[in-house]
Write a protein that binds this ligand. Structure first.
Ligand code: FES
Length: 90
């Protein structure tokens, strides 16, 4: 896993730190923001979340390489961020 980074909830402006040892969904859940998950491993597509700003670091095997390259959505159960902040459409 990569270093810690921050995610921002677009609808509320809330910023949540995602430590290196937690997934985005874990960190958000602890901050009271629940994202529906199923596999937790980037294969099922349940947790698909739109990215408004920032560059996700894709670790899933659900999105096609073209979809990953577009950087406008990611799988927060396993993927991370290569920018310091990701703004999520939540
Ligand atoms: S929960 Fe299955 S891809 Fe994230």
């Amino acid at each position: 896993m990569s270093d810690s980074f921050e995610v921002k909830i677009a609808s509320s402006g809330q910023i949540v730190v995602v430590p290196w040892d937690k997934s985005v969904t874990q960190a958000l859940s602890e901050a009271g923001v629940d994202i529906l998950t199923s596999c937790g491993q980037g294969v099922c597509g349940t947790c698909l979340t739109r990215v408004l700003e920032g560059v996700p670091e894709h670790w899933d095997s659900y999105l096609t390489p073209e979809e990953q390259a577009a950087n406008d959505q990611f799988m927060p159960c396993c993927s991370r961020s290569s920018s310091a902040l990701l703004v999520l459409d939540l």
